[in-house]
Design a protein around this ligand. Structure first.
Ligand code: HPA
Length: 264
């Protein structure tokens, strides 16, 4: 699908499948956090590969579902599974979920991800609110999509901190560094990133947050620290651990996102 293609066909198809025309908010679930989808009530779920205009997913096990339903008192779109740039999707296609959310009138977006911690004060399992980000290693040809140098979500950060306090869930706050991946960083890269002032490193989220801002959608990025980055500890990174950590934090994550959706 072209970046400028309008999404009326996509929206019409989803309405045919039972979606309501207007939602309050959208949620994009990061690696291992797909369990949140099960907490949506009155859910209608459509596999990505059936949705016209959605990017084709070729990597086995990286498909996904778009769910519409109710969380608390809000009608939401929940994206379980995302389109990563490192899988070969051009940046302007990785943001199609945000554009579809906009087409459904969503006024806010919560984007989650799994990331490695650069900050030595953070621990595996911590939840971090993204207050700014860095884009490292992207060619200038992708610059248009990543344009925008002032990302402002101070209000959303403040309300998320209040939600965390009320729920008794400790939250971190920091800078997310977006790398292309898919390879993990070297210890030397992580030392450099720490020196630059980044707190966590991952391979997603920034295009979605920038797209939301462009479309006038309030946004909040939530990072789950699934591992300490390369060289921070002696442990070797294993993909299986991401799932394990995400599972152990899924209840708090779900309560937090649900509460944020009511307040945002
Ligand atoms: N680096 C990059 N992306 C990641 C990591 C990491 O250590 N952990 C989860 N996603």
């Amino acid at each position: 699908m072209r970046a400028d293609m309008d999404l009326s066909e996509t929206k019409a198809y989803l309405i045919e499948r039972g979606f309501t025309e207007k939602v309050d908010a959208a949620v994009i679930l990061g690696s291992g956090l797909g369990g949140f989808a099960a907490t949506v009530s009155n859910a209608i779920s459509v596999p990505y590969d059936e949705i016209p205009g959605f990017p084709e997913v070729t990597v086995a096990g990286h498909g996904g579902d778009l769910i519409q339903g109710i969380v608390g008192k809000k009608r939401v779109l929940v994206y379980s599974g995302r389109f990563h740039h490192y899988e070969g999707h051009p940046l302007d296609r990785t943001v199609i979920p945000v554009r579809v959310a906009h087409a459904f009138g969503a006024s806010s977006l919560v984007v989650s991800n799994a990331a490695g911690s650069i900050n030595t004060r953070f621990s595996v399992g911590d939840l971090m609110l993204i207050d700014d980000f860095m884009r490292v290693g992207f060619k200038s040809s992708t610059g248009t999509q990543l344009a925008g140098s002032r990302y402002d979500n101070r209000k959303e950060i403040a309300l998320a901190h209040k939600a965390g306090l009320d729920l008794g869930i400790q939250l971190r706050q920091g800078t997310y560094l977006f790398v292309k991946g898919p390879v993990y960083e070297t210890a030397a890269e992580i030392r450099a990133f720490r020196y630059m002032g980044a707190d966590a490193v991952g391979m997603s989220t920034v295009p979605e947050l920038l797209e939301a801002q462009k479309l006038g959608i309030k946004s909040l990025g939530i990072t789950l620290i699934t591992n300490m980055s390369t060289g921070v500890t002696k442990a070797k990174l294993e993909h299986g651990e991401i799932k394990e950590v995400a599972d152990s934090r899924k209840d708090d994550f779900g309560r937090l996102v649900t509460e944020i959706l009511q307040r945002i």
